[in-house]
Design a protein around this ligand. Structure first.
Ligand code: APR
Ligand code: PHB
Length: 388
């Protein structure tokens, strides 16, 4: 098999890249180790920045998004029994959309296959060769056989646990990393959302997030120990804790818990995001705590930059944008990392915190709630910095 761009991974990054390249007349093949059913059912955060929503519509994958996506003008911060509204539309003229990541993935797969794109499911990439030479080969296992995909360029869109990043020789990458001493217990509940917009709740018992998927489906998160066992959280305990952390600022409806799991939190960035013919994009190069809802949006930004650079390369023989790929992405990645860290440290309890830290957090929230300048900065970052 031969193609121009070999893409490892059919998450948001790999699928969007393949569609963007197709539009530029550049061929690609997506290799995905899991089945189609698996990637279409994976539960993940689902918040689209304004420009990411626009991109999905522009590429032709926005029909269901525009029908079923929940448009939010802003978010609410709950603290000390009060709810503070940060109105993105008023402050920066932008909105965000809640649309489950698995729905995005379903729409992208359907569109790509409909347009004649090539995705091989249950095709696990096992080795990347020739990254420093004139062409590359991705070895993969498919249908019990070992096969090879020859390509000009490899796009490593295989997430944080993929093979692309580890294929880069030792000593080439610098890894910037920060752990957090907590995780999130994520809950999907058959209950109407507590509010028409997301509520980020600061409370002495720990952080809570009240999100949603549909008018009768809530997505809820509770700060917990990073190695917390979800089995220790029967439904009644979950709702008691959510109610306590919401602090009476609005009513919470109870419902059947459909799913619960614990996600640990980490911030990681690797530099550079390129080595020879390999370009990393999305979670393979960076992950961030979900507090800023940046994961899928950053993955899309990376592949927009990569597709533009590849188009310049194939159309005009230019290599400047490809050479600048890592720098271009990292500029945005670090701003998103900063924001995700800011939201995380603002709203969570830390085991080693002091009374000073708590008072500072409260002052920070009061400042955000009361200052147009501070809330504009939050609105600008949350709804997505412009791509250019
Ligand atoms: N061969 C083929 N596919 C692989 C391999 C491999 N060796 N290793 C991993 N994959 C696949 C995974 O099964 C997954 O479907 O790569 C895909 C990577 O997709 P994501 O993890 O969704 O990563 P990305 O596309 O960068 O999207 C980032 O996803 O992790 C969330 O919250 C994160 O929203 C963010 C977004
Ligand atoms: C979600 O709805 O899953 C969600 C929303 C916002 C976040 C994180 C997760 O910051």
């Amino acid at each position: 098999m031969r193609t121009q761009v070999g893409i490892v991974g059919a998450g948001p990054a790999g699928l969007m890249l393949s569609l963007l390249l197709q539009r530029e007349g550049i061929s690609s093949v997506v290799l995905e180790s899991r089945s189609r059913a698996y990637v279409e059912q994976r539960v993940r955060a689902g918040l689209l920045e304004q420009w990411a929503r626009d991109l999905l519509i522009e590429i032709g994958a926005g029909e269901r998004l525009q029908r079923e996506g929940l448009v939010h003008d802003g978010i609410r911060l709950s603290c000390g029994g009060a709810l503070h509204h940060i109105d993105f539309r008023r402050l920066v003229g932008r909105i965000v959309t809640i649309y489950d990541q698995k729905e995005v993935v379903k729409d992208l797969i359907a569109l790509l296959l409909d347009r004649g794109g090539q995705i091989l499911f249950e095709a696990e990439a096992t080795a990347l060769d020739g990254l420093g030479g004139s062409s590359s080969v991705i070895a993969f296992r498919h249908g019990g056989e070992t096969r090879a995909l020859a390509c000009d360029v490899v796009a490593g869109c295989d997430g944080f646990h993929g093979i692309s990043r580890p294929a880069i020789p030792d000593g080439v990458l610098t890894v910037y990393e920060r752990g957090y001493p907590f995780g999130w217990l994520g809950i999907l509940s058959e209950s109407p959302p507590a509010s028409d917009e997301l509520i980020y709740a600061y409370h002495e018992r720990g952080f809570a997030l009240f999100s949603m998927r549909a008018p009768s489906l809530s997505r809820l998160y509770l700060q917990c120990d990073p190695d917390e066992d979800p089995a220790r959280w029967p439904d009644a305990r979950i709702f008691d804790e959510l109610r306590a952390r919401l602090g009476g600022s609005c009513a919470l409806a109870e419902g059947r818990v459909l799913q619960k799991s614990v996600t640990p939190m980490r911030s990681v960035v690797v530099e550079p995001m390129q080595h020879g013919r390999l370009f990393l994009a999305g979670d393979s190069a960076h992950i961030q705590p979900p507090t800023g809802a940046k994961g899928m949006n950053l993955a899309f930004a990376d592949v927009v930059f990569l597709s533009r650079a590849l188009a310049l390369h194939y159309r005009h023989g230019r290599t400047d944008a490809l050479d600048a790929y890592s720098r271009t992405c990292l500029d945005r990645v670090w701003k998103a990392q900063r924001f995700s860290w800011f939201m995380t440290q603002l709203l969570h309890r830390f085991p080693d915190e002091t009374a000073f830290d708590r008072r500072r957090q409260l002052a920070d929230i009061a400042y955000l709630a009361g200052s147009v300048a501070a809330s504009t900065a939050l609105a600008e970052n949350y709804s997505g910095l412009p791509l250019e």
